[in-house]
Design a protein around this ligand. Structure first.
Ligand code: AMP
Length: 115
């Protein structure tokens, strides 16, 4: 069940700051505060879904399309068209710590493996 007190919900509401990369009506992208790659950005939907499993089952298909376009726009904004890694931890046992769906976008050759 979605808890609107999570840190990413607070970022969307403007209650805490973020270092923004991209924003539109569907999504917000910002730098991870604890980067595990040279470039490490999180893309989050502007809607209340706990993880990718919840999002893909329950978000309206038009909204899902908007979100994935925002991911692509974020990649272009970062200049990562040549290659990047994306991760969506799902569930505490899989390493998820913030329960608002987010996609990690990372790039460089020194990835750490703490996902
Ligand atoms: P996960 O472990 O997959 O749930 O990822 C959550 C990510 O959110 C971690 O990589 C954290 O470093 C990052 N994070 C937590 N709080 C903030 C914040 N206020 N601003 C940016 N990134 C954050």
């Amino acid at each position: 069940m979605y808890d609107s007190n999570n840190v990413f919900a607070k970022i969307i509401r403007g209650e805490i700051p973020c270092k923004q990369v991209y924003s539109d009506e569907y999504a917000l992208a910002f730098y991870d505060v604890n980067p595990r790659a040279k470039t490490h950005v999180l893309v989050i939907p502007r809607a209340d879904y706990t993880d990718i499993y919840d999002f893909t089952a329950n978000a309206p298909i038009e909204f899902q399309a908007g979100f994935w376009r925002a991911v692509r726009n974020t990649v272009n904004e970062l200049g990562l068209q040549g290659g990047f890694r994306s991760v969506a931890n799902t569930g505490a046992t899989a390493g998820q710590s913030v329960f608002h769906f987010h996609l990690h976008i990372m790039s460089d050759e020194r990835f750490k493996t703490d996902f």
